[in-house]
Design a binder for this molecule. Structure first.
Ligand SMILES: O=P(O)(O)OC[C@H]1O[C@H](OP(=O)(O)OP(=O)(O)O)[C@H](O)[C@@H]1O
Ligand SMILES: O=C(O)c1cc(=O)[nH]c(=O)[nH]1
Length: 214
């Protein structure tokens, strides 16, 4: 869900400005889910731009406070959201943890790194939602450890039905700073993408799980 339309447009603009959005239909990207895609949104690049990471940090912090007040802990989904999640926690003067995809097989064998007490309220920060599998895996680990997960905020979501279904089944509240619709509108308005690319993205978006570049 988008909380603020202006933030959604501005977030799409800054992602395009720093070229976080990559289009490579000839050499499709393989996503975490295994899907092939002509588009990749690399939000990790945000960290390389101080003004833009401040914008993302402040909007995340504003939305966390607006929706949840002050949770006990900010958690990030590893690795893509660790940097930005830490900046949000720092801005709000809150404790921080991050959640690995799975527990380490050596050392302390942790999946959640940092200190988290059972019963603490947690807001999860994620960089991007495609199917929602990675985010929900992290939420499950947090819940299994006894945390009270209030909700999740992500920079961007593609808005796929499968993600909506997964999120609903997990009974999780999710807000995003921007999404695919705002991104495409902004990319068209700023001529970041050509008309032929708009058509390609439209046909891909109809059934991304089965998209075939041939
Ligand atoms: O919604 P999903 O289908 O799970 O896909 C989105 C996930 O994919 C990316 O992580 P990736 O696995 O590439 O790892 P990284 O965060 O370590 O870069 C991204 O950071 C999300 O966590
Ligand atoms: O699904 C993914 O793996 C994925 C898609 C995308 O656009 N960006 C990203 O970082 N991961």
């Amino acid at each position: 869900m988008i909380l603020n339309k202006e933030t959604a447009i501005k977030t799409a603009e800054v992602l395009l400005q720093i070229k976080a959005i990559k289009l490579e239909p000839q050499e499709p990207f393989t996503w975490a889910s295994g899907w092939k895609s002509p588009i990749y949104c690399d939000n990790r690049i945000v960290l390389s731009y101080p003004l833009i990471r401040n914008f993302i940090r402040e909007n995340f912090a504003k939305q966390v406070e607006e929706i949840y007040g002050k949770p006990d802990v900010i958690a990030a989904v590893a690795t893509g959201a660790i940097g930005i999640g830490m900046l949000v926690a720092e801005y709000l003067s809150l404790p921080f943890v991050y959640v690995r995809p799975e527990a380490k097989s050596h050392g302390r064998k942790n999946q959640i790194e940092g200190n988290l007490e059972a019963g603490q309220t947690v807001v999860v920060i994620e960089d991007l939602i495609s199917t929602g599998g990675s985010s929900l895996n992290a939420v499950k680990a947090l819940r299994d450890s006894g945390a009270n997960v209030k909700g999740m905020l992500a920079i961007f979501s593609y808005g796929f039905d499968i993600a909506k279904e997964n999120i609903k089944n997990a009974d999780l509240e999710v807000h995003t700073l921007s999404n695919y619709d705002y991104l495409i509108e902004t990319a068209k308005r700023t001529s970041y993408i050509k008309e032929s690319e708009v058509e390609l993205l439209k046909s891909w978006r109809k059934d991304p799980a089965k998209w075939n570049p041939e």
